[in-house]
Write a protein that binds this ligand. Structure first.
Ligand SMILES: Nc1ncnc2c1ncn2[C@@H]1O[C@H](COP(=O)(O)OP(=O)(O)OP(=O)(O)O)[C@@H](O)[C@H]1O
Ligand SMILES: [Mg+2]
Length: 390
């Protein structure tokens, strides 16, 4: 490594190496547990098969309780450091922790029980929390599960359908937590101006995009999407349709056992808003993987997570009618685009790629996103109204 890299920077990046962190974490955990627990923490790297960020670390902990030595498996979720060119403009690990705690307490939806939060960053240079480790398997992102050669692809249609329906049931369970607007008010970005949680969600996304633009350039696709979304505000944005939104609601963020969720993961994009936020994201995320497979002339899984099936299952489970998902799919495409802008900026920062002239070439979902936008623009704005958000 070049000697002109500041030493504290090297230290900070390598301090993310499990071994160097374990001592500090053990000492801190001793302050969280009853006296005499004498916890010892062994850390190891997170899974690489899912997720772009490596901020998920496995922790094996031993401690003394009632005079005997006990052992438990945990996962440590850590806030990304600024030096790593983070995806998000601001990162509230405490909000993830609080959302998990509330979901754990207020619903039957399986989530990893969160345990101890270090909110200050004093121990490791960034906030972190412990959650219980759950045994299960995840449909892979790398290579995408639609490419074949993985447990989800190789399952029977009935098993895949069971996974789909049970996932929708989990999402429905999240949405059925009562009084979400008050209970999860901390997830609503009150600093943004706008009459509804969705409007504020949208304005926060817009500000996040403008922040991403500073490191790159404008995206023609995202600029088109912003214009269309703004001018075609969805009918679903009404006061009696405000639920907890998991955020990154896709099957690649769920641990499964026997094709049923055992832990709903990844709460960094949690918010509040219409139920269609999560449903549009769920459908869109699968479409991204399906179009990718088709690009490589693979069959993919065209029968999985089709919009009409998702809508029908959700309505059966909840009695709630799901509005048009098109707006929410395009909104998902916009958010995916900003994520790809930031992961592109990070790769360029670490010398892995050259920054492209056209930002949109960073978008793995560009053909799908463009297709949805072309279609929406051609159809005009007749299908929606501007009552609430405009
Ligand atoms: N509580 C847990 N128990 C067991 N495994 C977990 C737990 N939390 C996370 N994991 C493992 O770590 C992987 C990544 O977790 P998660 O999706 O929460 O973070 P991420 O990948 O950093 O997020 P993103 O998908 O936004 O990049 C999961 O696919 C899973 O294999
Ligand atoms: Mg993830």
């Amino acid at each position: 490594m070049s000697t002109d890299v500041p030493e504290d920077f090297i230290l900070q990046r390598s301090s993310r190496d499990a071994g160097a962190m374990a001592g500090a974490v053990s000492a801190w955990l001793a302050t969280q547990l009853p006296a005499g627990a004498e916890p010892e923490v062994v850390l190891s790297g997170g899974s690489d098969a899912n997720g772009m960020s490596s901020e998920t670390i496995l922790a094996d902990v031993t401690w003394t309780e009632d005079g005997t030595r006990r052992a438990g498996g945990f996962v440590v979720r850590m806030a990304p450091s600024a030096a790593d060119v983070p995806v998000f403009a601001s990162y509230r690990l405490d909000h993830q922790y609080d959302a998990l705690r509330l979901v754990d307490r207020l619903s039957d939806v399986p989530v990893p029980t969160p345990r101890w939060l270090e909110p200050t960053g004093d121990v490791l240079g960034a906030p972190f929390f412990f959650m219980e480790r759950v045994e299960g398997i995840v449909p892979p992102d790398v290579m995408p599960y639609t490419f074949g050669d993985n447990w989800f692809f190789d399952a029977s249609p009935e098993q895949r359908r069971r996974l789909q329906d049970r996932t929708i049931a989990a999402i429905a369970g999240l949405h059925q937590i009562p009084d979400a607007e008050e209970t999860f008010a901390f997830l609503d970005d009150r600093d943004r101006t706008g009459p509804t949680p969705l409007r504020r969600h949208f304005e926060k996304t817009r500000a996040w995009y403008e922040w991403a633009v500073e490191a790159l350039d404008r995206s023609a696709l995202i600029d088109r999407a912003l214009l269309w979304l703004d001018g075609n505000w969805p009918e679903a944005d009404v006061p009696n349709n405000v639920v907890l939104s998991w955020g990154d609601a896709r099957i690649g963020n769920v641990l499964y056992d026997d094709f049923a969720p055992v832990a709903v993961l990844d709460w960094e994009m949690a918010g509040i808003g219409p139920r269609e936020l999560d449903l549009g994201w769920l459908v869109f995320a699968h479409k991204v993987f399906q179009t990718l497979a088709e690009t490589f002339e693979l069959p993919g899984l065209p029968d999985v997570l089709r919009e009409e099936d998702v809508r029908a299952t959700y309505a059966d489970l909840t009695g709630a009618q799901v509005g048009d998902l098109r707006w929410f799919e395009i909104y998902s495409g916009l958010i995916w685009g900003v994520v790809f802008m930031r992961t592109g900026a990070r790769q360029a920062h670490f010398g892995e790629i050259e920054l492209p002239d056209d930002v949109d070439t960073l978008f793995h979902h560009a053909p799908l996103f463009r297709g949805l936008l072309d279609d929406a623009e051609q159809r005009g704005s007749g299908a929606t109204d501007r009552k609430v958000g405009a």
